[in-house]
Ligand binder design. Structure first.
Ligand code: FAD
Length: 245
């Protein structure tokens, strides 16, 4: 369990950002991941008083505050109607309902975990993150950036008419995925996919030719070998196209 000496309920994003510049301070998401650590922090910065726990839908986009939980994503009708239930499919295997009621979009994306279903899912959409310091950057760019001390304010997902299908494979339900693929067919017919849990940060790639997995690197760990992951990625992409068809 982690600990901290001081707790601050942030009154503004600027205050949260200022406090977070100190290396020993920490932003609190749902603390699902932080709790696994044993680190002792100076100040814990809580963003839960800033109204960032809402999903706001307009004609053009979804604006998803960093304190929105994975359970909210799972149950949001607009998001799931627009993207063919891909969001629900991406998060429904993560631990259990109580856990998904706790953990946040901000913590999930900022962590850029190599096993992340959440990052894999939104990467295949026209997504952006708003950061206090750097402003709005595409999720594709954010996924490649090194960790820094910025604060993630919200995720923005554009409604651009693409069709999306999320597929993952687990050795056992609720375990980390062995591989995750989110396929998207854009309105102009172009086909792309994000591939996560390779096991490395999810990346976006073109899947127009049969050899598409060759542009990616797959790794081996206790869950699966690199060869098995590459094999499964092809199968999951096939399943995704079948679902979209
Ligand atoms: C046992 C277990 C199993 C899991 N299984 C899966 C799985 O199968 N698939 C999957 O996709 N995920 C999985 N996860 C990850 C989980 O879904 C969350 O992504 C994770 O817990 C982080 O979210 P959180 O809200 O708990 O963040 P926290 O633990 O609160 O924070 C995580 C990190 O992000 C930082 N942070 C939080 N919010 C912000 C912000 N707004 N701006 C800047 N930095 C911020 C924190 O300072 C910290 O460094 C699992 C986690 C656990 C503990």
């Amino acid at each position: 369990m982690f600990s901290f000496q001081q707790y601050v309920l942030a009154e503004s994003l600027e205050q949260a950002y200022e406090l977070n510049q100190k290396k020993n301070n920490v932003i609190l998401g749902g603390t699902g991941w932080l709790k696994l650590g044993k680190k002792s922090y100076g100040t814990a910065i809580d963003l839960s008083g800033l109204g960032l726990d809402q999903i706001i839908e307009t004609e053009e986009e979804f604006s998803i505050g960093c304190m929105v939980t994975l359970r909210q994503i799972e149950l949001h009708k607009g998001l799931n109607d627009t993207f063919g239930n891909a969001c629900k499919e991406a998060v429904r295997h993560i631990v259990g309902v109580q856990f998904r009621n706790l953990v946040t979009v901000g913590g999930s994306l900022f962590g850029r975990f190599g096993f992340s279903d959440v990052l894999t899912c939104f990467l295949a959409m026209d997504s952006y993150v708003e950061l206090v310091g750097k402003g709005v950057v595409s999720l594709e760019e954010f996924a490649k950036m090194p960790y820094d001390r910025d604060v993630l304010v919200r995720l923005i997902v554009k409604k651009d008419g693409r069709k999306v299908s999320y597929q993952s494979f687990r050795n056992q339900s609720t375990d980390f995925p062995v591989i995750a693929v989110c396929a998207a067919e854009l309105q102009n017919g172009k086909k792309i996919a994000s591939v996560g849990a390779r096991p490395a940060r999810a990346v976006l790639c073109s899947v127009e030719n049969e050899d598409w997995t060759k542009e990616l690197t797959f790794g081996s760990n206790m869950r699966a070998s690199a060869e098995y992951r590459e094999f499964l990625a092809k199968i999951l992409l096939q399943k995704a196209w079948e679902e979209l068809a």
